[in-house]
Design a protein around this ligand. Structure first.
Ligand code: SF4
Ligand code: SF4
Length: 435
């Protein structure tokens, strides 16, 4: 892949040596974590291909699209409404935030104690290794947590095309009014960027495309309720991660195809692990590519992950946008309705999230919840304590894991996860496939 796309990466201003290094690490990680799993569904071949071409073919498609007039909008948050971007024939992509890179450079512009997700976004930019950020015609930041809010002031000095969206912190009428006003402003900014006037038919089409993508993911989630689980949590997470990069229509088809296969597995009682394997729900901060550390630890410690209460997971895909409206105002209102339900920990208070975690534990028949907090992420780390207290009170065993993107704490986390499985009565021999 390297030589084939070298000109393209050079044209985007990437540091080829550093980029090569990143691809090598990514490729090795993917081999060790994903390709080493057994009994993977055949439909994962497509996602293997996407991952092998994540900096190649997909970027080429975006650049080809740009030549035909389709703009690229990069985003860091599930509050950025893809429906509006789609309505203007533009493409939205999630920007890389899942790995450490160029840490020394990052710490010259951000404090050391900034969460790994924010540092990662800066590392990919400063290290010149992200073809997505370099392809984007508009980069959308959002005033969610303090870390992001303040770091966008710094990012604004590093990129020429940052657009910052304000977001509410409270689920009040005033909060809703703010979200509505911000989405109207965003629509205008997208229209200015693309030269396309968004009317009702266009917005309806945008909503349908994004709804279909979410519907396919919801179908996948539904299948994960089976015991034995027909797909590993790692593979399901990967599909949720690819959600943010791939062409939406092709992605929807590929997820539906794998779901057909998984339905067959469920009918035949076949699973990727033996029936009765302890089932875990992972809840907390989002896990962007290639942040696979915790799921990998969990699934190599004798459990299977059956759901993600996360923005790269059910928090991001749970609700659909009502497409029944016929006017632009009605459709815009439906978008506000849909996104205002997202229960990110930046909201105060945030009781819906707690109820959703409980509901998911029941629906997915989880034996326990592992709460994942990124170090220095105040919203999720602070919220993890009441989450733990309340789940334990309801009889749902909970383990809080605070970590970052380094591999230094792998052994320590593994020991804690194994002890947690033991605490909830999981026999040590469940790791093998003898049952
Ligand atoms: S956790 Fe909150 S800030 Fe982060 S992507 Fe999700 S909604 Fe956005
Ligand atoms: S992980 Fe936490 S601190 Fe980091 S960007 Fe998301 S909400 Fe902010």
């Amino acid at each position: 892949m390297t030589t084939e796309y070298e000109q393209m990466w050079k044209g985007l201003g990437l540091d080829l040596a550093a980029h090569d290094e990143l691809l090598q690490v990514l490729g090795k990680g993917y081999q060790d974590i994903f390709l080493s799993q057994s009994d993977r569904p055949k439909g994962m071949d497509y996602f293997n291909f996407v991952m092998s071409e994540v900096h190649g073919l997909r970027v080429k498609e975006l650049l080809d699209g740009k030549r035909e007039g389709h703009k690229v909008v990069g985003s860091f948050c599930v509050f950025v409404p893809e429906e509006i971007v789609r309505a203007a024939d533009a493409t939205m992509v999630g920007l890389c935030t899942g790995a450490e890179f160029a840490t020394e450079e990052v710490e010259k512009v951000l404090p050391r104690n900034t969460c790994a997700l924010i540092k990662s976004a800066f590392g990919f930019k400063l290290g010149k290794v992200c073809p997505y950020i370099e392809s984007a015609d508009m980069i959308v930041g959002e005033n969610t947590c303090d870390g992001k809010k303040k770091s966008y002031e710094v990012l604004d000095t590093l990129v020429p095309n940052l657009y910052v969206m304000d977001l509410p912190q409270k689920k009040s009428n005033e909060g809703r009014a703010l979200l509505r006003a911000e989405y109207q402003k965003f629509k205008k900014a997208v229209e200015e960027l693309t030269g396309v006037t968004i009317d009702a038919p266009r917005l309806k089409k945008g909503i349908e495309i994004v709804n279909n993508k979410r519907k396919a993911i919801q179908r996948l989630s539904e299948l994960r309720k089976a015991d034995p689980a027909p797909i590993s949590g790692l593979d399901a997470l990967l599909i949720n991660q690819v959600f943010f990069y791939d062409d939406p229509i092709r992605f929807t088809d590929s997820v539906n195809k794998i779901c057909d296969e998984l339905e067959e597995r469920v009918r035949e009682g076949k699973g990727v692990f033996p029936k009765g394997r302890p089932r875990m729900l992972v809840s907390g901060c989002p896990m962007a590519v290639p942040n696979w550390k915790l799921p990998w630890i969990i699934e190599t410690s004798g459990a299977v992950i059956v759901g993600e209460e996360s923005c790269v997971g059910e928090r991001g895909t749970r609700n659909q946008t009502d497409v029944s409206g016929s006017t632009l105002d009605e459709l815009m209102e439906a978008i506000v309705d849909r996104y205002f339900k997202i229960d990110c920990a930046i909201f105060t208070p945030n009781p819906d999230r707690l109820e959703h975690i409980r509901q998911m534990s029941r629906d997915y028949r989880a034996d326990g919840v592992i709460h994942y907090g990124l170090q220095f992420c105040q919203p999720y780390q602070i919220e993890s304590l009441p989450v733990e207290r309340s789940l334990e009170k309801s009889g749902i065993p909970t383990l809080r894991v605070d970590t970052d993107y380094s591999m230094e704490d792998v052994e320590q986390i593994k020991t804690r996860v194994e002890a947690f499985l033991e605490r909830i009565g999981i026999p040590a021999c469940s790791v093998c496939r003898c049952s």
